[in-house]
Design a binder for this molecule. Structure first.
Ligand SMILES: NC(=O)c1ccc[n+]([C@@H]2O[C@H](COP(=O)([O-])OP(=O)(O)OC[C@H]3O[C@@H](n4cnc5c(N)ncnc54)[C@H](O)[C@@H]3O)[C@@H](O)[C@H]2O)c1
Length: 417
C-alpha cells in the first residue's frame, strides 16, 4: 500500500499540485482541506481523483485534517501562515511539505525564531519537512548540481541569483495580494499586518528570497556567512509597498566556500537581467554556467609552460531536455497521464514527457517529497537547507535597513545523514 497525503490550501497554487500528488504511483489516498468549502467541493467532485479519494477525506480546517490518519500533509496556504501550520502538522505525527518561503512576515527576528522552532520540531518528531522551492528543480539547477558533483566548475568563485517580479507585471502582484487577502484566512491577516506597520516593523522583497538564493546555494553546496545589502524605497506612496521598507533589495554575500554571491529581489523594476525572471549564473575557475550555456576550459593543473598551446575555452548550448534529471519511468508515466487526461497508456507511450510549472519543477518537487516519505529519507530541500535560504533573506533585509552594514547570516548546520 502507498502513502496517504492531505492537501491543505486549494487556492491557485495548491490547485496546480493536487493532480500531481494524486497521480504519483507511491500515493494511494488523497484528502482535501481548505477553509473555503467551495474549493474542497471542486476537488471532491472531480472524477479524476475518484480512484484515490473518499468523501470522508474532505476537511475545512487544518485542525481536523491533523486529527485524521494521513502520513503527510502538503501546506500551500498563504505565506504568512506556513511555519506555525507546518509545526502543527509535524506535532500531529505527520511529514510536511510547505510552499515557499518558510514564512513571510515583516519581523526579521520572528522569522529566525520560526526557523529555529521548525528545526527543533523536525529533530524532536523525526518527521520530514520539505520546502517546495521551484528554482531547485529548474533544469538549470539540476544540470549545475550534476556538473558540481563531477567537479566541473573547479573552485567556485562568483554567482548571481535574482527574482525579478515587478508589481505590475503579467502575474500582477496587486491582484495576487488582493486574491490572497480575500478568503476567510486572508481577511484575518490585515489587522495583524497593520500592527506591524504601527510598530514601524516593515518587510521587503528579501523576505521572499528562495527563488534567487536557492540556485547558488544548492549548486555550490555552501551557505552564506555574512552580507552587505542595500534597498530602494518606493517614492510615490504606492499602497502596495506600505508594509515594506524597500520595493527592491540588492545584496552581496560571502559564502562558506569563499565564493561571492550577488542577489537581487526586484518588485519595482520591470524587465529581467538574464533570459528569465527567476534565474542564476555560477562561475568557477574551470567551468561556468550562464543562461543555458556551459563554458569550460581544459586548463592544465599546473600553470602552463608553453603559453602558445593553451586549450581554447569551449561553449555548449543546452536545451531544457538535456538539463533535466531523469524521473523513474512509472513516475514519468503517471505525470504524463496528468498532462494528457483521457489518453490511453498506449497513446501515452508515443508522447514525450514535458515537465511544466515554474520551469518544469512541479513534478520533480512532488516526486522528491513523496519518495522521501515513502523511502524514509531526508528530502533534498529539508529544513536545514530551507533555513539557509530564509536566513539569507533575513540578513540581507537587516543589512539594507542598516544601510549596508555587514550582517552575519544565521545557520543551523547541515541536515543529519
Ligand atoms: N514559485 C513558487 O514557488 C510559488 C508560486 C506561487 C505561489 N507560491 C506560494 O503558494 C502559496 C499559496 O498561494 P496561492 O496564490 O495559492 O494562495 P491562495 O490565497 O489562493 O490560497 C491559499 C488557500 O489556503 C487556505 N487556507 C489558509 N489557511 C487554512 C487553514 N488553516 N485551513 C484550511 N485552509 C487554509 C485559504 O482558504 C486559501 O484558499 C503562497 O504561500 C505562495 O508563496 C509559490
Amino acid at each position: 500500500m502507498g502513502i496517504s497525503i492531505g492537501l491543505v490550501g486549494l487556492g491557485s497554487f495548491g490547485s496546480a499540485f493536487a493532480p500531481l500528488f494524486k497521480n504519483h504511483p507511491a500515493v494511494s489516498r488523497i484528502g482535501f482541506c481548505d477553509r473555503e468549502p467551495n474549493l474542497v467541493e471542486k476537488f471532491a467532485g472531480d472524477p479524476f481523483y475518484a480512484d484515490k479519494f473518499n468523501q470522508n477525506d474532505c476537511y475545512t480546517s487544518l485542525d481536523e485534517m491533523c486529527k485524521a490518519d494521513f502520513d503527510a500533509i502538503v501546506v500551500i496556504t498563504q505565506p504568512w501562515l506556513h511555519a506555525p501550520q507546518c509545526i502543527q502538522v509535524l506535532e500531529s505525527g505527520k511529514h510536511v511539505y510547505s510552499a515557499v518561503p518558510i514564512i513571510s512576515i515583516p519581523d526579521n527576528n520572528e522569522i529566525l525564531d520560526w526557523c529555529d522552532k521548525l528545526v527543533a520540531a523536525v529533530k524532536k518528531t523525526g518527521f520530514n519537512y520539505m520546502l517546495g522551492e521551484t528554482t531547485f528543480y529548474r533544469p538549470a539547477a539540476m544540470y549545475c548540481r550534476r556538473q558540481a558533483a563531477a567537479g566541473a566548475f573547479g573552485d567556485f568563485v562568483y554567482a548571481e541569483g535574482e527574482y525579478m517580479h515587478d508589481v505590475d507585471s503579467g502575474c500582477n502582484l496587486r491582484q495576487v495580494s488582493r486574491q490572497r487577502q480575500s478568503s476567510t484566512s486572508g481577511k484575518e491577516w490585515s489587522p495583524i499586518l497593520e500592527k506591524y506597520i504601527e510598530r514601524g516593523i516593515l518587510g521587503g522583497p528579501m523576505h521572499y528570497p528562495t527563488h534567487s538564493v536557492s540556485g547558488p546555494v544548492c549548486v555550490m553546496n555552501a551557505h552564506a556567512l555574512h552580507v552587505n545589502a542595500y534597498g530602494y524605497r518606493n517614492n510615490n506612496n504606492d499602497p502596495y509597498f506600505r508594509s515594506q521598507a524597500f520595493s527592491n533589495e540588492m545584496a552581496l554575500f560571502k559564502m562558506s566556500n569563499g565564493a561571492v554571491v550577488r542577489i537581487v529581489e526586484g518588485r519595482e523594476m520591470p524587465g529581467v537581467m538574464g533570459n528569465e525572471s527567476e534565474t542564476f549564473r555560477i562561475f568557477g575557475t574551470i567551468g561556468s554556467f550562464s543562461e543555458h550555456r556551459w563554458f569550460s576550459i581544459d586548463r592544465p593543473q599546473m600553470p602552463p609552460a608553453d603559453i602558445d598551446n593553451i586549450p581554447k575555452p569551449k561553449r555548449v548550448d543546452l536545451t531544457a531536455k538535456e538539463m533535466f534529471d531523469p524521473l523513474p519511468p512509472e513516475v514519468e508515466h503517471a505525470f504524463k497521464q496528468v498532462a494528457n487526461r483521457g489518453k490511453s497508456d498506449a497513446e501515452l507511450l508515443s508522447i514525450d514527457f514535458n515537465p511544466t510549472g515554474h520551469g518544469g519543477s512541479h513534478p520533480y518537487l512532488v516526486h522528491e517529497f513523496v519518495d522521501s516519505v515513502a523511502t524514509g529519507r531526508q528530502p533534498a530541500i529539508n529544513i536545514w537547507e530551507a533555513s539557509r535560504y530564509m536566513a539569507m533573506g533575513v540578513a540581507a533585509h537587516e543589512s539594507a535597513l542598516r544601510d549596508g552594514e555587514t550582517v552575519k547570516v544565521a545557520d543551523w548546520g547541515d541536515a543529519p545523514l
